[in-house]
Design a protein around this ligand. Structure first.
Ligand SMILES: Nc1nc2c(ncn2[C@@H]2O[C@H](COP(=O)(O)OP(=O)(O)OP(=O)(O)O)[C@@H](O)[C@H]2O)c(=O)[nH]1
Ligand SMILES: [Mg+2]
Length: 359
């Protein structure tokens, strides 16, 4: 599960990345401090995994992971210098974006980069993404036109052309692709382009300790536009992440922060992406896996191993909540809560699966 931290220059991406991962990416007020992405992995703390592990006493317990990539500022002249294409193609492999918006006051930075204006920065970033997508879509349409002229007019090309026209029209109107209702076939025909404005965005206001609690108004305005939005005090969180846990707890209480920044961001990313967790249990291993809402049993099996998807026969399935309510797998069998599900079964959050397969 790959999430990209993106945003305009100096919004505090690396600061937040450090707070999340405990790493020490270089941050700087003046210069572009890094030209490559920092990549860090964060464990998804899920109490259910802990409880399953207590029950099954496996040799290994494995929590789910989120991978964060902290990108240098996109859409800047710097980015053009340093093979913007390579950077953009890496950005495009992300499943979703945390768009960091500068919302702290700093007189020097205000002078250098203008006063913080998160709403306008959000719009700027969207516009740049629309432009990028437009360039790609139009180039591809020209190529398709050329193929038609050469007498190549397959149904696949025609479908792609239809989808691209649909997309270009939306982009011209200023609508990001994520808001378009593409048909399943249309969506498939353009998936390979990994359009930026198609990816889900979490707007994250990077605030100072002082204004962190006073941005409800801005958050409300961003949410009205249809974004998931939240505020954090980036540098404060970075400092917290470097403290001993007991000390950090005191400061967190002072600020009225209940959960670590990791856990907060994890919940938000799950909400943003529609992620949910299923589990596998046994003597060897208790493990959490991440899929998306609506994924079926075969997709879930494929997360574990491609052979399991290829040779899928059935999924033995029961749910975490039922297991906790009734105490054992045996009790679940007696109550009829231990089920055999087929390929089309839509996996639910907290399902515990065992895949029967044959390859
Ligand atoms: N006052 C204040 N400064 C902050 C905050 N967050 C980040 N900064 C400062 O802003 C500067 C830029 O922060 P970075 O985290 O490097 O920003 P960035 O978005 O990664 O920057 P680029 O990668 O160069 O685009 C650093 O000097 C940070 O210390 C904050 O919440 N308050
Ligand atoms: Mg940075």
């Amino acid at each position: 599960m790959k999430i990209g931290l993106t945003g305009l220059p100096k919004s505090g991406k690396t600061t937040i990345y450090n707070a999340l991962t405990g790493n020490s990416g270089v941050t700087d007020k003046y210069i572009q401090a890094h030209h490559e992405a920092h990549i860090g992995v964060v464990e998804v703390m899920d109490e259910r995994v802990t409880r399953l592990s207590e029950m099954y006493k496996p040799k290994k317990t494995i929590y789910a992971h989120l991978e964060y990539s902290d990108f240098p500022a996109l859409f800047t002249t710097h980015a053009e210098d340093m093979s913007a294409n390579a950077l953009l193609s890496e950005v495009k492999t992300m499943e979703g974006f945390v768009l960091v918006l500068r919302c702290f006051e700093d007189s020097e930075m205000d002078e250098l980069y203008g006063k913080a204006d998160p709403l306008s920065d959000l719009q700027k970033f969207e516009d740049e993404m629309l432009l990028q997508d437009m360039i790609i879509a139009e180039k591809r349409l020209e190529k398709i036109e050329l193929s038609y002229k050469r007498g190549i007019k397959t149904p696949a090309l025609q479908l792609e052309e239809k989808a691209l026209h649909h997309i270009v029209k939306a982009l011209q109107e200023g609508t990001p692709i994520r808001k378009l209702e593409l048909g399943t076939d249309e969506e498939k025909s353009v998936r390979g382009f990994q359009f930026m404005s198609q990816k889900p965005i979490l707007a994250l206001l990077n605030c100072s300790e002082d204004n962190y609690k006073q941005v409800d108004d801005i958050l409300a305005q961003i949410r009205t536009k249809g974004y998931l939005a939240e505020a954090i005090a980036g540098r404060f969180e970075e400092e917290l992440s470097r403290m001993e846990p007991e000390d950090a707890a005191v400061f967190m209480e002072d600020m009225g922060i209940r959960e670590s920044v990791r856990d907060r961001l994890t919940h938000l990313c799950y909400e943003l992406m529609g992620y949910l967790s299923f589990f596998t249990v046994g003597e060897d291993e208790v493990r959490a896996w991440t899929i998306q809402k609506g994924d079926n049993a075969v997709t879930a099996a494929g997360k574990i191993h491609s052979d399991l998807a290829r040779g899928f026969i059935r999924a033995e399935c029961f749910n975490y909540n039922d297991l906790m309510a009734h105490g054992s797998e045996k009790a679940l069998r007696e109550k009829g809560l231990f089920k055999l599900e087929g390929k089309e079964y839509t996996v639910k959050d907290g399902d515990i699966l065992s895949i029967r397969f044959n390859v």
